[in-house]
Design a protein around this ligand. Structure first.
Ligand SMILES: *Cc1c(COP(=O)(O)O)cnc(C)c1O
Length: 362
C-alpha cells in the first residue's frame, strides 16, 4: 500500500440499521425524509429496460436541464458519481505529493480522503465555534496550497458564512489555488447566499459543487455536479470514470429538477422542523445541551464536557429507541451528535427520546 493510502482513516458512513430492533427513524445521513419526487421515480422506471446499454457518458440531457435551471453554460458542467466524485476529481486534477489541500476543522470527511488519496498534505484550519473562519483559513495558505475545500452550509456543523465572506475568501486566495465551494445544502440556506456559480463564471480558479442526494432525495442514484471554467472542467473530464452517472440517475435527476413543488415542499418542511428541533434542544440548555445554529437539513447537538449527559450515552439511548442519529466521535467530535430533520413523526420521536434521556440522567 502506498504510505499516503495507508494514512487514510476509512470513511464511516451513517448507520442504516440497528441490530435486533426495527428502525423508527433514520436520521443519520441528511437524506430527504419524503424520498424522491414521484416524477423522478417514474422517469427512472421508464429507462430501466434500457439497462443493457451504457449510460450517456456526457450526461447531456442532465447538463442541459441544469444549464436552463440555473442559467449557466452546460458545457461548463461536469457530472459525477455523487459530488463525492467531483471532490475526488478536484483533488486528483489539482493536487499531488508536495502540495497542500486546505479545509476547516470539522469539515466534510471526504475532503481529507480525497487529498490523501493523491498523496497531498492535508492542512486543517481552526474553526470558530464550529463555524468556518475565513481569516483562519487564509492564515493557513502557503505557496504549496493548491485546493481549498469549503462546504457552505457546512457538514457536520450546519454552520453557514455569508456571501460576502465567501467572496472575501476567494478574493484573498492566490490565483494558482483552486477554491472548491461545496454547496450540497444550498437549497436549505436562507437569506443572501453565495452559490458560487457567478464566481465560477468570472474566475478560473473556482469550482462550485452540487448534489442530487440531499434536497432531491436521490442519494442512491449517485448524482453530483461541478461548475467551473473550461480548463478546469477539461481536467476533471480527463480523469473521471467515463460512464460515471447511471442512466436511471440521469433521468431521475432531470425529472427531479423539474418538480418545483417537491423541492418547495421539502424545503418548507425542513425549515419548519429545523427551527422546531433547534428550539427543543435549546430548551435543554439548562442541562448543558447546545444546538449549533443550522442552515442545512440537520442539527448538530453538543453535550456537556463533564457529567453523565455524554453524547455517547445519548446516542445509545436514541439507538435503544430505534432512532439512528450520527455520533461524531469518528470525526473527532466525541461531544457531538448530528440529527437530520426527518418527517414530523421522526423528528418528534428523536426529540422525545433525547428528552427522556436527559430527564433520566441529568
Ligand atoms: C452529502 C454531501 C456531499 C456528497 O454527496 P453525494 O451523495 O456524493 O453527492 C458532498 N458534500 C457535503 C458537504 C455533503 O454533506
Amino acid at each position: 500500500m502506498k504510505p499516503w493510502v495507508d494514512a487514510i482513516a476509512p470513511y464511516v458512513p451513517g448507520k442504516a440499521k440497528i441490530d435486533g430492533r426495527p428502525v423508527v427513524a433514520k436520521l443519520s445521513s441528511n437524506e430527504n425524509p419524503f424520498g424522491p419526487s414521484p416524477r423522478a421515480v417514474a422517469a427512472m422506471q421508464e429507462v430501466l429496460t434500457g439497462s443493457h446499454r451504457y449510460p450517456d457518458p456526457a450526461s447531456t440531457e442532465l447538463r442541459q436541464a441544469l444549464g436552463a435551471h440555473h442559467n449557466i453554460d452546460p458545457d461548463r458542467i461536469v457530472c459525477g458519481t455523487g459530488s463525492d466524485e467531483i471532490i475526488h476529481l478536484v483533488a486528483g486534477a489539482f493536487a499531488g505529493p508536495g502540495d497542500e489541500v486546505l479545509h476547516v476543522r470539522y469539515g466534510f470527511a471526504v475532503y481529507e480522503i480525497a487529498a490523501k488519496r493523491v498523496g497531498a498534505t492535508v492542512v486543517v484550519a481552526p474553526d470558530n465555534d464550529y463555524g468556518t473562519d475565513v481569516d483562519a483559513l487564509l492564515a493557513c495558505v502557503t505557496p504549496r496550497t493548491r485546493v481549498v475545500f469549503v462546504a457552505n452550509p457546512n457538514n457536520p456543523t450546519g454552520t453557514i458564512i455569508p456571501a460576502s465572506e465567501i467572496r472575501r475568501l476567494h478574493a484573498a486566495l492566490p490565483s494558482n489555488c483552486i477554491f472548491a465551494l461545496d454547496c450540497a445544502y444550498a437549497e436549505f440556506a436562507e437569506g443572501e447566499y453565495e452559490d458560487g456559480l457567478a464566481l465560477a463564471d468570472a474566475h478560473a480558479n473556482v469550482v462550485t459543487m452540487r448534489t442530487f442526494s440531499k434536497i432531491h432525495g436521490l442519494a442512491a442514484q449517485r448524482i453530483g455536479w461541478g461548475y467551473a471554467q473550461p480548463a478546469v472542467v477539461a481536467a476533471m473530464h480527463r480523469i473521471r470514470a467515463p460512464f460515471n452517472v447511471p442512466t436511471t440517475g440521469q433521468a431521475g435527476a432531470v425529472a427531479a429538477l423539474a418538480d418545483h413543488d417537491w423541492v418547495a415542499k421539502t424545503r418548507d418542511h425542513t425549515l419548519e422542523w429545523r427551527r422546531w428541533l433547534l428550539g427543543e434542544i435549546t430548551a435543554m440548555g439548562n442541562k448543558g445541551l447546545r444546538a449549533i445554529p443550522s442552515a442545512a437539513n440537520f442539527v448538530l447537538v453538543e453535550f456537556p464536557a463533564e457529567g453523565p449527559l455524554t453524547a455517547e450515552k445519548a446516542n445509545a439511548a436514541l439507538t435503544a429507541d430505534g432512532i439512528i442519529a450520527r455520533y461524531l466521535a469518528v470525526q473527532n467530535m466525541p461531544r457531538c451528535i448530528r440529527i437530520s430533520v426527518g418527517t414530523e413523526a421522526e423528528t418528534r420521536a428523536a426529540v422525545a427520546s433525547l428528552r427522556a434521556f436527559v430527564e433520566a440522567n441529568g
